[in-house]
Design a protein around this ligand. Sequence first.
Ligand code: FEO
Ligand code: CA
Ligand code: CA
Length: 686
Amino acid sequence: MPHPDNDASINPSRNESIREIIDRVDPSRRRFMKGSLGAGMLAAFGGFSLDAFVGVARAAPAPAGGIGFGSIPPSLAPAMFDGVKVPAGYTPRILSSWGDPIGHLSGAPQLDPNVAQAEADQLKQDGMNHDGIHFFPFPAAGAGGVSNERGLLVTNHEYTDEGILHHELSPGTTPQTLARVRVSQAAHGISVKEVRKVAGAWTVVRPSPLARRISSNTPMMISGPAAGHPLMKTSHTDENGNAAGDANGTRVLGTVNNCAHGHTPWGTYLTCEENWNGNFGTTLAFTADANERRYGVSAAGFGYRWHEADPRWDVRKNPNEPNRFGWVVEIDPWNPNSMPMKRTALGRFKHEGAWVVVGADNSVAVYLGDDERNEYIYKFVCSNKYNPANRAANRNLLDSGTLYVAKLNSDMTGRWIALVWNQNGLTPANGFADQGEVVIKARMAGDRVGATMMDRPEWIAVHPVTREAYITLTNNNRRGSNPASANAADGSTAAASARPAVDAANPRPINDYGHILRWRETGGNVSATTFEWDIFVECGDRLDPDPNHKGNIMGDDLGAPDGLWFDKDGRLWIQTDQTGDGLGPWANIGSNTMSCADPSTREVRRFLTSPPNCEVTGVVTTPDGRAMFVNIQHPGEDWSGGFTQKSTWPDNGNNGPTTLSTSPVIKPRASTVVITRDDGGVIGAA
Ligand code: FEO
Ligand code: CA
Ligand code: CA
C-alpha cells in the first residue's frame, strides 16, 4: 500500500546541511568541487556572488529565479488519475496528439478511431509516441531577436503501438500486409509543425508551408566516414521484385525509433535512432553474426513484422540494411524540401539523443548516449568551429571530427578515448578495416578500448552557463548480478547480456531506480580529453525497506529517470520512464512524473504527474520560459500478458475510463501538452 507520507517534500532546511549530506553520502564528492568556475562566468549567471559558492554549489549554481512552485502529490494506483496534473497556478492544455493534422498544405483528416488508419492520412498527421522535442523560434523584432509566440515545434515519434495503430486487439495474429506496414512506417519519424500563440492560446497553424512529416520512407543522404562503405551498400529487391538497392551506400529511406534529439546553434534538429534493431526481422533461417549480435538484431525483432511484407527490413534478404540505421540524423526544419542527413561520424549505436555544446572559442562537441544495459557514453568533437555569422558554413560541421568514448575511473576522474582507426587497437587485425568500419561498429570499438559500461545512458543535459553535463542512467537489472561478466574486448558480447560488477559510477546492484551522473570537462573546454565526474543523485523510494532501493533524493522520490533538460535559468527538469501502472516497486511513486531539481542543493520537487502506463519524455520552453511543451508518450500501454489499454487520455477530457472504450472507440493518444502559468510567469520560477 502507498505510504501516507509519500507526497511529503523534504525541506532541506529541516535536515542536515547540504555539505553534511554530501559528505555522508559521498565524501569523495568534495574532490569534484575543487576545480570551479571562473568568477566571470559566475557573475554572468543571475548575479551570483562567488562567496555564495561552497562545496558542490561552486560547480552548480542555483537557478536564476529559483524554484517557485509547491510540489504536487504522486498519482497512485489503483485509482490513478488518467490525465496530467501540475501545480496550482499552472494550466496544461493539449496542443497536438497522434492523428491530429500537422497543417500540411494539402490538408488531412482528423484520425478516426473507428476505422483502420491509412498511410496517406498518417503522413500528414502527428505520428505516434512523441519523444524528443524542440522549439525553433521565428525571428522577431526586439530584444533577443526571436519570437516567444511563434515557432516551429519539431517532435520525434519514436515507435508504434501496433494494436492501437491498426485498430486490432491482437496484431501479432493478424496476417501482415504491405498496407499495414506502410501505416506503421508513416507513424514513425518526425513532425515539423508551425505553432503560434493566438489570443492567449497555443495552436498548430493549419495550413503552414513549413509543416512536414518525415517517416521511415523519407529519402535521406548518408554522410561522413561510413558513406559509400561496402557495409552500407545494398542490392535487395522490393516487394514487387524490382531492384531497390543502393549500390553506392549513400542514400537510404527513412529513420526509425526516433527517441531523444538535439539541436544545433545553426538552427537544425538532430533526431536519434534508438531501438532500430527491433524493426528488422527475417522469415529465413537466421544465425546472428557478431555485428548483429552486438546490436541485438534478431529474426523476430520487436513484433513490427515489417519484414513479412517489405523485404527491405528482412535481414537475410537485405543484410546490410541494419548498418544504415543507428545514426544521428540532421534535419533543417526551416526548409521543408531539404534532405535529412545521416551523420555517420557520430557513430552507430542505439542513440538516445545528441546534445550539442559550444565552447567559449566556438569549438563544438556533441554528447551522445547509447541506451542499452552496459553501453557507453560518447562525445564527438567537430574538427572545425561554429561560425555564428554564416549559417551555411556550419552545414556539414558534423561530418568531420573525432568520436570519443568515456572511461570513468574510480577516483572520479575520466578520460575520453578516441575511436580513431589505427589508434587504440582499432586496427585491421582487430576487425576495423577503416574509419567507416569503426563508426559502423562503434559499440565494438568501445569494447576494444575498454570504455566504461553504464546503467543505460539516456538523456544528457548541459548547464546553460557552466557547461556541466548531466546524464540520466535509467536502470540496469544486470548490474551486480551473477555470474559477473563484461563486454568482451573482441566485440563478441550479445547486446545487454553482460553482468558487470558495481563500480564507482554505477554503484548499485540490480539498479531498478537509476541515477543521474554529471561531469565537468577539464578547464571547461568542451574538446578536453579528460574530465571529473560525480553522482548527482541516486533515485529511489525512501519508503522501500530495501536499502538498495532508497536512493538519496532530497525531496520527491522518483525512479527510472530518462528525459533531462536545463531551462534557460538553470533549473534541471527530470522526466521518468518506469514501466507498469504504479504497483509493486512503484506503489509509493505512482505514475511517471516530471520533477524540477535545483542543481546547487539537489532538492527535487514533483511538477507533473501523468496518465497510467505512459512515459513523460520531451520538454522545451519558448525562449522566454513562459510556455513549456511536454510530451506524454504511450499512455495506457501495458504489455504484461499481451497488449492491453489502460488509458483513454487525452480524449477522456483529462480523466475518464482507463479501460479500452469501444462504444464509442476512444484510443489513448500520445500528445504534446503546453503548460502555462496563469499569471504569465516563467515556468518553474518563483
Ligand atoms: Fe527511447 Fe532510451 O528511450
Ligand atoms: Ca528515453
Ligand atoms: Ca527509457
